[in-house]
Write a new protein. Structure first.
Length: 357
């Protein structure tokens, strides 16, 4: 979005142009007409950021906060090792344009008090398209620090969420204060002379945004490297990979893994993504149940994938249904009503922070 604005010398793209570019002329104009019909204040030439500002204003009236999150640099379904959006310098992941986009949105947020935070990048991972990108803690910290600097310089009021390696599963080297040159991480590029170099550590307190940073972690059953078979192992992995920063006690699984160092510094941590197909077996899923238990036990904020029941376009398929979405394909009802009543609603109410509007 931001690259297109710069390409157009500061002019944003109108709704109808954006829809046609994404869906083709026939479906693009059809969807535009439907959007305008349901939103009389919009026109086909209303720009994307005008719409985003309107959404923000409506959300503010309903007591809803907004958190812009950079999922990909090239708009598409996320995420994989081969989508060109995986790592800094990947096929579509231009670092300077990423920083420029962060600054632009941070400036936009100044006009919207309910835009309280921004994420640096969703689910960083090893690229299988471009070799030689140095997928490791050193590259990670260097670039994420530049991103946090960009947001904070543009808008120092914003909280900044910082995701981890391997699809946002691992922040262990940072929360535990390990040497970035030698700290272990799954599939990382080795630093051959690491033992001959001066150790490098991430010192959050050395940055002007030290009190604005929030760690975020994800976990799905399809994890390539984390054992999601028992609650003991799941909780040990969550603690080791970053939730230790909450200052919580070591879970019992740490006696099995023997890899649960305490955090160097207490810092907020949120569970910003997990999910499951919305159907009866969800309620008996080990990982889902353990995440629910873990967040309740330690009062951890969480976000589930996802609310929306369908996509405008995903992997080239228009109108694709999302069976993991809480709502039906047309968003008019709950996909799995029993699960909402017996599983999700009690979990939300347990958090004791939400209200109906």
């Amino acid at each position: 979005m931001i690259d297109q604005i710069y390409d157009r010398e500061g002019e944003d793209v109108p709704l109808e142009v954006a829809m046609i570019n994404a869906l083709g002329y026939v479906n693009g104009t059809k969807v535009t007409s439907a959007i305008v019909e349901k939103n009389p204040s919009f026109k086909s030439q209303t720009t994307r950021f005008e719409i985003l500002s309107h959404i923000s204003e409506v959300a503010a009236k309903k007591g809803i906060f907004i958190h812009p999150d950079v999922h990909t640099s090239k708009a598409q379904w996320c995420c994989s090792h081969t989508d060109g959006n995986a790592w800094f310098g990947d096929k579509y992941f231009d670092i300077d344009r990423w920083l420029r986009g962060l600054k632009y949105v941070a400036h936009w947020a100044e006009a919207h008090d309910n835009v309280v935070s921004m994420s640096l990048r969703n689910e960083l991972r090893e690229s299988w398209n471009v070799t030689g990108l140095y997928y490791n803690w050193e590259t990670f910290v260097g670039n994420m620090t530049r991103g946090a600097d960009a947001i904070h310089e543009a808008n120092p009021d914003l909280l900044i969420t910082w995701s981890g390696l391997q699809y946002d599963q691992d922040l262990s080297a940072l929360t535990s204060g390990k040497n970035l040159l030698t700290a272990p991480c799954y599939r990382c590029t080795a630093i051959r002379d690491a033992l001959r170099r001066k150790p490098q550590y991430f010192d959050l307190d050395a940055h002007p945004w030290k009190d604005k940073l929030v760690w975020e972690l994800h976990l799905y059953s399809g994890s390539e490297d984390i054992d999601t078979g028992t609650c003991e192992m799941i909780e040990a992995a969550l603690y080791r990979n970053g939730f230790n920063a909450l200052g919580i006690s070591q879970p019992s699984g740490c006696n099995i893994t023997n890899d649960c160092p305490p955090a160097l510094r207490e810092t907020p941590v949120i569970f910003s993504e997990f999910g499951h197909a919305q159907r009866p077996d969800m309620q008996d899923d080990v990982l889902q149940s353990c995440i629910k238990q873990f967040t309740q036990k330690h009062d951890i904020s969480w976000m589930v994938w996802s609310l929306a029941g369908s996509f405008r376009i995903r992997s080239g398929v228009q109108g694709m249904e999302d069976t993991w979405g809480l709502t039906t394909a047309d968003w008019s009802n709950w996909r799995f009503g029993e699960g909402i009543d017996r599983y999700w609603r009690p979990w939300v109410e347990y958090m004791n922070v939400t209200r109906r509007v």
